[in-house]
Design a protein. Sequence first.
Length: 91
Amino acid sequence: SILAGVAVIPAQAASLAEAYLDFQKERSLEKSRTGGSARMSAKLGGLGDRVDDKDAISKTTICGKCGAGFHRMDASFCWSCGTPLKTMDTS
């Protein structure tokens, strides 16, 4: 049983690493084609118009650590890195 694990786990780890590298490659190609944040804007375009306020997307809440945007209105932490959020006042 332990010997089977020793043989299987490295193969699974290699598959996972390969899938991750493929994902990163596709993501960088999409960013270079669309200009990065334009893709995210288009992808989340209709989410800010929902009736339910807790699902609405804030375009003014930006993570101070990683710079990620498009957080839910009720978010207390960054969806990307987990840092506590502060709302920026744009008025």
